[in-house]
Design a protein around this ligand. Structure first.
Ligand SMILES: C[S@@+](CC[C@H](N)C(=O)[O-])C[C@H]1O[C@@H](n2cnc3c(N)ncnc32)[C@H](O)[C@@H]1O
Length: 293
């Protein structure tokens, strides 16, 4: 939702922003082009691969707009640690913060990470492969009840118990689930096919495991509890979420924060033109709030 983000965050020369989910740098590049000269966009990503590749985005921007490229800097960090990046840049606050949650196209295309379960890959699902445990290990460690809870809470999957039982049976047979294909087939056998054939029945279980291994909802809650302190008065926060669990957290965090005024009483949705070009944007919701004092 690039146009809506720009309209909401109001970048202008000299302003400073944090893009907490740098990904391929698409939003950061748009912001950098508008804050130049004299502004700054601090990109953060938990995925070292995204940070390693960030120089490509900066070089590409430099080819068209060298001044804008000078306004972009990228750190490997989780966005809930944005205060550290502010300190590293000797800033007390920024004029805007963007969180574009979910997966980047590079992550989906990476055949070793397991994010696109249509591709056979190790069941990893971590954004940061240098810490934490891959999803396959989580499924070996948790009890049947804990697995069912994860799949129910983070995937809103009605058949979570059946799926958890089957996962644990496989473990007991000494053939634990190790790959995306194994898990996707196991889930498809446990979940009756819905009328909506567009959505693979395995989607909810993969979403749940991804949220669990990356601790996504806790990190989002923590960050939103702090975010107003990272903003200058009048600064704005924009969050693009991709499922109802995330959107609920954003909605409540904005409502309950006395320092924030809500700019979007109802979340903004992508235009039909955007969803036609990029079907993955279909479920995106953008909420914006402003620091008042
Ligand atoms: C949807 S993509 C962002 C795409 C980006 N807006 C663009 O225009 O290219 C989400 C990115 O957020 C990163 N991410 C997820 N959780 C994060 C966290 N807690 N802190 C920092 N980055 C995170 C992922 O690694 C991924 O690269």
């Amino acid at each position: 939702m690039p146009e809506e983000v720009l309209e909401g965050l109001q970048p202008a020369p000299g302003k400073k922003f944090i893009d907490g989910t740098f990904g391929g740098g698409g939003h950061s590049s748009l912001l950098a082009a508008r804050v130049s000269p004299g502004g700054l966009v601090i990109g953060l990503d938990r995925d070292e691969g995204a940070v390693d590749k960030s120089q490509e985005a900066i070089d590409q921007l430099a080819a068209d707009n060298p001044d804008a490229a000078k306004c972009m800097t990228v750190y490997c960090a989780s966005y809930h640690q944005a205060a550290r990046a502010l300190a590293a840049e000797s800033l007390e606050g920024v004029d805007g913060l963007l969180l574009d949650l979910g997966l980047s196209s590079d992550q989906l295309a990476d055949r070793n990470r397991g994010f696109a379960f249509s591709v056979d890959a190790p069941l990893d699902l971590r954004f940061d492969t240098s810490s934490g445990e891959p999803a396959s290990q989580l499924l070996r460690r948790l009890s049947e009840q804990q697995i069912a809870n994860v799949i129910y809470q983070f995937g809103e999957e009605r058949f979570s118990r059946r799926i958890a039982r089957r996962i644990v049976e496989k473990r007991q047979q000494r053939t634990p689930v190790e790959t995306t294909t194994e898990l996707a087939e196991l889930v498809r056998r446990c979940v009756p096919r819905s009328k909506n054939h567009d959505i693979d029945p395995a989607t909810r279980t993969f979403q749940a495991l991804r949220i669990a291994v990356n601790d996504e909802l806790d990190i989002l809650t923590k960050a939103l509890g702090e975010a107003a302190n990272w903003l200058n008065p009048g600064g704005r926060i924009a969050v693009i979420s991709f499922h109802s669990l995330e959107d609920r957290i954003v909605k409540h965090a904005f409502r309950e924060n006395g320092m924030l005024q809500i700019i979007t009483p109802k979340p903004l949705r992508p235009s039909e033109r955007e969803t036609n070009q990029n079907p993955r944007a279909r479920s995106a919701k953008l909420r914006i709030a402003e620091r008042t004092a």
